[in-house]
Ligand binder design. Structure first.
Ligand code: BEZ
Length: 277
């Protein structure tokens, strides 16, 4: 679930956003794996969901691709099996992986990864073209990612705090690693890439932050540090801790629930099922 610069570790991801591979009931129901399906998983991370899908493919197989060497190492160590394989691959250029784009796949799946993979406007069309090439005619592209408005309070706060600390708005925006499109944008993109769109929907899904660990890796602070790392990197290293504190201070009253002090981020999920024409 990442871009090539490897900030990922399974431990840090699980501490900051361990809920992501768990909140997948709807997208998995759309994937509806059949026992013989051959499925390509784009941006598989460290592979727990890939392995879960593999368990419903007794005569099929799944291949997970991710740009993070750390995630792929963990996936190979912990989640691979006879019908579940993983490969290091920048998913902005899936065509580099010949076995992925050979038109033999029944389904292409992706969860919580395309908002990173589609960040750069110049490589977006190629991502959809490669996924289209991967599929058999009639094959399905089934995915969930962040949609328009996803984590918008924390997104806007990081930008504002950077600007308040002397960074230009254009520099802060440029450093943002995410793309959260609307369902209208996505429908148009899928159609122009040769897909028939069966579903393309947004769901507002407030999600409770993980508990903060003693080493500071979880909670809102851990989320901002890990997920916002590219934006924080525009300031010198010795100032980043202070920036994270300012972000969390501003967000405090916005995201905290009065009844128990828990903190929620307003996730918005974009889910789609699109068929190769
Ligand atoms: C998401 O899964 O929606 C997400 C992941 C990282 C940063 C922001 C949002």
């Amino acid at each position: 679930m990442s871009q090539p610069s490897d900030k990922w570790s399974s431990e840090a991801y699980s501490a900051a956003a361990g809920f992501v591979p768990k909140l997948t009931t709807t997208v998995l129901s759309y994937l509806a794996p059949k026992p013989t399906d051959k499925i390509l998983d784009i941006g598989c991370g460290d592979g727990p969901l890939t392995a879960q899908i593999a368990a419903s493919l007794p005569r099929g197989q799944i291949l997970g691709l991710d740009a993070s060497a750390s995630f792929i190492q963990t996936a190979q160590d912990k989640n691979s099996s006879q019908n579940c394989n993983f490969k290091l691959q920048d998913c902005r250029r899936v065509a580099e992986c010949a076995e992925a784009v050979d038109g033999s796949w029944d389904k292409v799946f992706s969860n919580a990864a395309l908002h990173w993979i589609l960040r750069d406007p110049s490589t977006r069309d190629a991502v959809f073209k490669d996924i289209h090439s991967a599929l058999k005619p009639g094959g399905a592209f089934v995915f969930e990612m962040g949609g328009k408005g996803n984590v918008e309070a924390v997104h806007a706060t990081i930008l504002s705090v950077l600007v308040a600390n002397g960074i230009s708005l254009s520099t802060a925006r440029e450093a943002c690693p995410w793309f959260f499109p609307s369902n209208v944008w996505m429908t148009q993109q899928l159609q122009k890439s040769g897909f028939e769109v069966e579903k393309c929907e947004l769901e507002y899904r407030p999600t409770k932050c993980t508990a903060k660990s003693a080493d500071g890796s979880g909670g809102l602070e851990g989320w901002v540090k890990l997920m916002g790392a590219e934006m924080l990197n525009v300031v010198e290293e010795n100032k980043r801790g202070d920036i994270v504190r300012q972000v969390c201070d501003v967000l405090e009253t916005v995201v905290t629930r009065e009844e128990d002090g828990s903190q929620f981020l307003n996730y918005v999920r974009l889910r789609a099922v699109a068929r190769k024409i």
